[in-house]
Ligand binder design. Sequence first.
Ligand code: MIC
Ligand code: SF4
Length: 643
Amino acid sequence: MGKNIVEKIIGTHLEIPPTGPGGEIGIRIDQTLTQDATGTMAYLQFEAMGIPEIRTELSVSYIDHNTIQIGYENADDHRYLQSVARRFGIHLSRPGNGICHQVHLERFGVPGRTLIGSDSHTPTAGALAMLAIGAGGLDVALAMAGRPFYLPNPKVCRIELQGRLPSWVTAKDIILHILGIFTTKGNVGRIFEYGGSGLASLTVPERATIANMGAECGVTTSIFPSDDMTRRFLAAQGRAKDWTPLHADPDAVYEGETIIDLSRLEPLAACPHSPDRIRPIREIGPLAIQQVCIGSCTNSSYKDLATVAEILKGKTVHPEVSLIVAPGSRQVLENITRDGYLAHIIAAGARLMENACGFCIGNSQSPPSGAVSLRTSNRNFYGRSGTKEADVYLVSPETAAASALRGRLTDPRQLGMALPFIPQPRKFHLDDNMIVRPLPPGERAGVEIIRGPNIGAPPENTTLPADIDGEATIKVGDKITTDHIIPAGARMKYRSNIPRYARYVFEILDQDFPARAIRIRDEGRQNIIVAGHSYGQGSSREHAALCPMYLGVRVVLAKSFERIHAANLVNFGILPLIFENEGDYERLQAGDRLRIAAVRTILEKRGPIRIDNLTRGDCLAAAYELTDRQLALVLAGGALRAR
Ligand code: MIC
Ligand code: SF4
């Protein structure tokens, strides 16, 4: 029987075979990436493991998220990261060099290799036929230490792209269409593998847009074949030697197939406040807009910005609109500058931002209250932009540029101009002078690691108590994202200081949560979070587990979980439980006193969990989908303690 691309890569990297149906596998990791907002904690954890240097082929530490540097915290984090990189043999991409996923695609990604990154959009590198997966920082630290990475044995679904996109319809519209089909929930454990005749006209950066936003579907990753397009991209990056072909066998087997005829697609938008609320632009109509942000790891490639420049050329942004442009990398910025495109963008009145995450994570360019903001990024979760009362729509760069000129949501086909032709450069202007290479092995040991006052040791959990005597400290609904659990934006500068950052747990839903949780924790009881479906959607930030853990959360009882967050909960010794009967969710209220008698013994024997609701004189059944490895971590109080 033939193999698909995922099976081929897993086949050459498998270290721990599947533990039965629905079980997990362990694979060897060739490359890792971190970014600064999750990286400090990942490296603190790596340090705690006492390993002298990394054991991967390549590990890169990017500084791209917290580049604002108001106060000393971000700058101290950057200095810590730089010293850690020198000490352990890690490449460092300095602030200003670009967004991790864009730079990794340009400079480091290699077809057929495995990559994990402490960022949920790590699958972007699937555009280069890598098996690239987002994970919590602790999992990345373990991979750097040479340990296998565990993932649910994947269900590989084929997405067949046929035909060609019509003019003005883009890769962003393809992935928005896919989000409309698959939505943001119910895809845990799946991998999307792309194939079909439609790939012939999709360049690597366009494939990267699609792979990037697969993360919003909640899939483990997305992957494309390595074909002639891949070869041309790597050659343009001066890395032709990194290319090898990689295709699915003709008789490969999949768990399902979805066929998309590209010629039938049209410009789309994801409406507030979820990336799967997809509607055609023509149907939404000419909504007045106040802000347009072009950039992020989804849409900030050379072609994206060159197209935007051609649309803006000789025109001026609408007087009511603030147009923000943030290139994905310094390479993109240098190339659009040399080729003359940047001048058109600036002349049209765009505000040029640093090559960094910036607006996408809400640490700058929050829109005015009640505003409509069009963004080319990947997430429009409630409050993520930094303005709760703003409506964020996710669109293609073409739609964004057309709308910035008109001051209203505009289908770019209405511009009445021919689609600009942007030739793919045969060779990009290349410059790696903002990548600090590792020191030779003999010189690493003496490097001093520099820690500022904001950088604290990662807190550890205690072993799971014999009984849970807890309270439903908060009850939340469906699709609670990690942005709800622990905000990024202006709060992100406390990423290396858990006691401080923990003050913002559930800030946008319930500002009293931390004080309540600390009171219960200090009474020697446990906090329990009660949630609906897809708890923990979105980012990989392990702080969404670590900060609740610090506040004494021991159990999350939900209808379902997203993959990365569930893994993070287990890594920090928090027990993820699932309602056996979803109806029980309604019978439980915030503030209810909950007891799980003999929880340790029951888990050790894999017995059924019963939760007594002492407030209502009620009881309910809960399930747990934990492998033996995960169960051991929960009992031990997390992966750092279980080593
Ligand atoms: C995001 O887009 O939400 C982030 C910020 O990149 C996160 C990582 C983080 O919270 O640091 C992600 O996607 O994993
Ligand atoms: Fe950065 Fe936004 Fe991409 Fe996250 S989604 S890595 S914040 S650009």
